[in-house]
Write a protein of this length. Structure first.
Length: 278
């Protein structure tokens, strides 16, 4: 009876995992199929999941005609700089609020988090005026500063929570050896926190990579527009190139998937090899 119940539970778990996998992967697989189909097949009354015939024309279009590689370069620069600055500022702020004697630290944390709670549509206008006044329109700097301001609160909260789980005995031992507060952060706390840094950095990178509204408002030339704006530029009043959009979506998604897979291995290594056990 127990074995039968265990077998049923196992099958239920496997079925649930398959449903979740299909639900998550279905949009990506459909976009992948669309990117290899001809335009005639995409507008037919009975669309097929398997391309017949296969074509690479949509990928050729986005890189040759629409210069998609420039949008990719811009996104890599903006998202990379945003992630670096967010991790630097957020980890320092999280360390200070977690390990230093600061009055009202939870009030400070709540105030920091409130910055990211404003709807983008409500702040894009004022930020646009500020960017125009200080010459940040159609520049990398305008996007990076905006993304960092919105991303630091999340990084600060996550790093604060992780730093609070690290035993404070490490700090006391380091102080006895003459280590300064910054030395404790840089030499002891930060190496232990690599798994959290990687996870938080991925969240910041993906958020900056996929952001659309500020990129659309702050940039006007292909030299600084990011991937979401570039994909939006594919359409016009008379035609929506579904195949080109699908191909661009696949090209944009694959690097993110690779990053997640690579850093996931590092997270597991960090947790199993260098974690502090209480």
């Amino acid at each position: 009876m127990v074995d039968e119940r265990s077998r049923i539970q196992t099958w239920a778990i496997c079925l649930g995992a398959c449903v979740i996998l299909f639900w998550s992967a279905a949009p990506f697989l459909w976009q992948l199929s669309t990117s290899f189909q001809e335009d005639v097949a995409l507008t037919s009354e009975t669309p097929s999941f398997l391309p017949d015939p296969w074509t690479w024309q949509h990928y050729i279009n986005i890189f040759v005609d629409k210069h998609f590689q420039i949008y990719l370069r811009n996104s890599v620069i903006v998202a990379g700089l945003t992630t670096a600055f967010c991790l630097f500022a957020g980890s320092l702020a999280g360390f200070a609020l977690s390990r230093l004697e600061i009055r009202g630290r939870f009030g400070i944390l709540a105030a920091i988090l409130s910055v990211s709670m404003f709807p983008q549509i409500a702040i894009v206008g004022p930020l646009y005026l500020l960017a125009a006044d200080y010459g940040f329109l159609d520049t990398y700097s305008g996007l990076v500063i905006t993304y960092v301001a919105l991303g630091v609160p999340l990084v600060t909260w996550v790093m604060f929570g992780y730093f609070d789980t690290i035993p404070r005995e490490l700090d006391e031992a380091a102080r006895m050896d003459g280590c300064s507060a910054f030395g404790i952060f840089w030499r002891i706390i930060l190496p232990i926190s690599v798994p959290s840094l990687v996870t938080t950095g991925l969240l910041a990178f993906i958020a900056a990579w996929n952001e659309f509204m500020f990129a659309l408002a702050f940039t006007s030339s292909i030299d600084h527009q990011t991937v979401p704006v570039g994909i939006a530029n594919f359409t016009n009043l008379y035609y929506i190139p579904w195949g080109d959009i699908a191909a661009a979506s696949i090209v944009v998604t694959i690097p993110l998937v690779c990053l997640v897979l690579v850093f996931q291995r590092r997270i597991i290594d960090g947790l199993t090899q260098g974690a502090v056990k209480e």
